[in-house]
Design a binder for this molecule. Structure first.
Ligand code: KG4
Ligand code: ZN
Length: 436
């Protein structure tokens, strides 16, 4: 089993280092940093109960978060200051890349196999028992029904054992607000979420208050990345072993020319903030087939122009997202939805792509906007974001329930209030966009 604190030690510690810089004084206790950085064998670190009765005499609420909406089994314990007390993750990426895509019953079986040990590991790293927690947050929407059900069932069992309240979490809201755990980002702000299941632009006005400006009309950007990587057979390259399709494309694209192959631009005539990635995906498929024929590539080999294909594909994805983002900025300006000192938060698995981030940074600069992205390992699915979203709800006094009977999953669930028709009605024309 892959456990995040051991696997991603460098990036994880860097994240904590960044947090140490941002959070000062009583906001960050070195106890919690040590526990999150080192494994559970560090029993010299005082546990939460000791901390509770320590010299500060303060009682810090703790929330356990459980994530199983897709293909990652995640669990984490966070406190009210955003300190990650314990975190564990079992990623199914390798299995699904081998199988050529996510097969829901297999995802369910792997969640079932791993959920108990992942949750136990998170609690052990935190050196706490269920009785030390204040609530259990669990993803209930949206996601794969078979996967969501495993997390909710496990959370219900823990709630029954402990008497703790459950906090049902919207997966995309959690992605949108993760960054508030690390640095100060005040409401309202613009948020772009790009993942394996979704692509959307929204204004976050409060912990549970979102206005949806635009959403995906067909394939998600993550799906376009994954299918293109598969079509290119990138899993056959040793350097791509264990990487998601998106991460593999990003790696190859580093050695390619983004202007090598022109991709058709999509939805240029529509005055909305919606997204479509099926055209880019189809164009990539046709391009790969043509290149394989032109270069006479053997069936299991990766075509030699793959770096240029990956770089050009990434540019096409960036360009499409950037055009929608331009319109979102203009709409928010027209309707005063954002303050003068505005922020764009970019999150979700695809947002861990540094090429996309730097392209979106350019669009932000053109619109006098501050760009904020969580560190890459918090962009992809994890238990931390669920625990933190639960904590924000707990602190607001909203979302807790003891009604285990009626609490259920919602595999399809939009984010917030849909105002995309208002965006269309504004008929906003876009100025030219020149990306470096
Ligand atoms: O948010 P996430 O972990 O799971 C969902 O909620 O869907 O996103 C997973 C998606 C996958 O499609 C994966 O290929 C993509 O995020 N992804 C990336 C990168 N890392 C992961 N896409 C582009 N560039 C990356 N570096
Ligand atoms: Zn996600």
């Amino acid at each position: 089993m892959r456990l995040q604190p051991f696997l991603g030690r460098i990036s994880y510690c860097r994240y904590l280092y960044l947090k140490r810089k941002v959070l000062t004084g009583p906001k960050l206790t070195s106890n919690y940093v040590s526990r999150a950085c080192f494994c559970s064998s560090r029993h010299d670190v005082p546990n939460k109960l000791e901390h509770r009765s320590g010299s500060e005499g303060s009682f810090r609420p703790l929330v356990l978060g459980i994530e199983t909406s897709c293909d990652d089994t995640g669990a984490a314990v966070v406190d009210d200051h955003g300190n990650v007390v314990g975190d564990a993750l079992n990623s199914q990426t390798k299995t699904h890349v081998e199988l050529g895509g996510i097969i829901p019953p297999i995802a369910r079986d792997l969640h079932q196999k791993n959920i108990d040990s992942v949750v136990t590991q998170a609690l052990e790293l935190a050196i706490v028992n269920l009785q030390d927690l204040d609530a259990i947050a669990v993803t209930v929407k949206p996601g794969l029904a078979l996967s969501l059900r495993v997390g909710l069932q496990h959370a219900k069992m823990l709630a029954q054992q402990s008497g703790l309240p459950l906090i049902p979490i919207h997966h995309m809201e959690a992605h949108a607000l993760t960054t508030r755990m690390i640095e100060r980002v005040d409401f309202p702000f613009l948020v772009l979420l790009a993942s394996g299941g979704h692509c959307l632009l929204a204004v976050a006005r409060d912990v549970s208050d979102f206005l949806l400006l635009g959403t995906g009309l067909d394939d998600s950007p993550g799906d376009a990345f994954d299918k293109t990587a598969r079509q290119l057979k990138l899993k056959n390259l040793p350097e791509c072993e264990g990487l998601s399709g998106g991460a593999a494309i990003e790696l190859l694209a580093k050695g390619g020319n983004p202007r090598a192959f022109p991709f058709p631009q999509v939805m240029t005539q529509l005055p909305d903030c919606h997204f479509s990635f099926s055209g880019v995906k189809f164009a990539a498929k046709k391009l790969i087939e043509a290149e394989e024929a032109r270069l006479n590539t053997s069936p299991s080999s990766v075509v030699s122009s793959a770096p240029d294909i990956c770089a050009s594909f990434q540019y096409a994805v960036l360009h499409h997202i950037a055009r929608r983002l331009q319109r979102a900025f203009l709409f928010c300006e027209l309707t005063n939805l954002l303050p003068k000192d505005k922020t764009l938060v970019v999150s979700g698995g695809v947002a861990s792509n540094s090429y996309l981030r730097s392209g979106l940074q350019q669009v932000c600069e053109m619109n006098s906007c501050n760009l904020v992205c969580p560190p890459p390992h918090l962009c992809t699915d994890n238990g931390i974001m669920i625990a933190w979203n639960g904590m924000e709800k707990l602190l607001q006094g909203t979302g807790c329930t003891h009604d285990l009977e009626t609490l259920d999953i919602e595999p399809r669930c939009p984010l917030g209030r849909d105002i995309s028709q208002e965006v269309i009605a504004a008929a906003i024309k876009l100025p030219r966009l020149k990306l470096r």
